[in-house]
Design a protein around this ligand. Structure first.
Ligand code: SAM
Length: 340
């Protein structure tokens, strides 16, 4: 049977598939085909495909021969893929067990099934997990052409932020100096270095740093990415000895800052302003009430810039809703230019 497919060169296949999944356009009921170096990704609505992608009509096989977890349960489950880990979010232990068993018995490629057992908590933003199948909780997750080794039981990682991270990374120019203030295992920092930027990536979680270094290595950017295990406040000199507490003082250093610690990024704005160079873009993540999602962040950034004593021109260039976080609460990003 013929179906609309996006045709891209094989090397762009995974990135394109993820982009179409994010846009809700990927047709998971049909098979992806490969022919003559091109990949054909089936889509549910040809008219909604972004104009930069070519859509062709092509014969594709249905996926009915594949057993999905939904085929094995009365009520279809919701699950998420993190590399070869399947993540579920079930409160009822019986239902959790049934979903895990269905995932394992299905054709979903999966080594381990983890159930969310708490919210993301603590300084390191790691949740508790219940392991329902498999042994290893370490995996390699692919995002927009990069592979990230990680263990969600020891470090923060959310595959749901892929599109947002890509939006930010696409703005990076070669030779920029970029500080990722809360880098985790590197999903902003590594692709940023791949764009040719010099990156300093900081995280306070000791478990995140070996993954960050390994991810820089396996994606070929170890020479452009310095991973620092520290409280990010220590990248500027606070004791006045002429050096930052991380050996290098990054005051006035950055062309771009990424601050993805949404619940408390405002506590680090004095550091952000201190690290900002003469013309610097700050990507500031926040969680706020839907009635005024951008106002508190913008006001906090202006206040920090004014308190720095430098004469900053502060311009909010983009206000973006990343996702809904809780009822009436939004996870947002402000792209803010600080110009001295
Ligand atoms: C929400 S996660 C974001 C990680 C990464 N940017 C991502 O998108 O996956 C926030 C990270 O900030 C780190 N963190 C928390 N407080 C910190 C601090 N004072 N200095 C540096 N890193 C910190 C946590 O360990 C965690 O990895």
């Amino acid at each position: 049977m013929n179906a609309p497919c996006v045709r891209v060169p094989r090397e762009a296949g995974e990135e394109t598939r993820e982009r179409l999944v994010d846009a809700g356009l990927f047709d998971g009921d049909r098979q992806i085909a490969v022919e003559d170096g091109d990949i054909y990704v089936p889509v549910v609505d040809a008219d909604a495909v972004p104009a930069d992608l070519a859509v062709v009509d092509r014969a594709t096989g249905g996926r009915s021969q594949q057993t999905t977890p939904a085929d094995l349960l009365d009520e279809p489950p919701t699950y998420e893929r993190l590399g070869d880990i399947v993540v579920i979010d079930e409160d009822d232990p019986q239902r959790a067990r049934a979903v895990a068993d269905a995932v394992v018995a299905s054709d979903v490629p999966c080594q381990t099934v983890l159930n969310r057992a708490s919210k993301v908590t603590g300084e390191y933003r790691v949740r508790e997990w219940e392991r329902l199948a498999g042994e290893s909780t370490e995996t390699v997750h692919r995002e927009y052409g990069h592979g990230f080794l990680l263990d969600p039981t020891t470090v923060y990682f959310s595959p749901r932020l892929a599109t947002e991270r890509h939006r930010v990374v696409e703005q990076v120019q070669p030779d920029e100096r970029v500080l990722d203030m809360f880098a985790g295992v590197g999903p902003f920092a590594v692709p940023t270095a791949s764009r040719g930027a010099e990156v300093v990536a900081v995280d306070a979680n000791p478990a995140a740093i070996p993954y960050l270094r390994e991810n820089a290595r396996r994606n070929g950017v170890a020479d452009r990415l310095r991973a620092v295990e520290a409280d990010v406040r220590s990248v500027v000199d606070r004791d006045g000895d002429g050096e930052g507490d991380t050996e290098v003082d990054y005051r006035d250093w950055a062309d771009r800052l990424v601050a993805n610690l949404p619940h408390s990024a405002d506590e680090f704005l004095d550091t952000a302003v201190a690290v900002a160079g003469d013309d610097c873009v700050l990507h500031y993540y926040d969680i706020q009430h839907e009635d005024d999602p951008f106002g508190p962040g913008a006001r906090a950034i202006r206040a920090a810039a004014a308190a720095s004593g430098d004469d900053y021109d502060v311009t909010v260039e983009t206000e973006r809703v990343v996702r809904s976080y809780a009822p009436h609460e939004l996870n947002v990003c402000l792209d803010v230019r600080l110009r001295r």
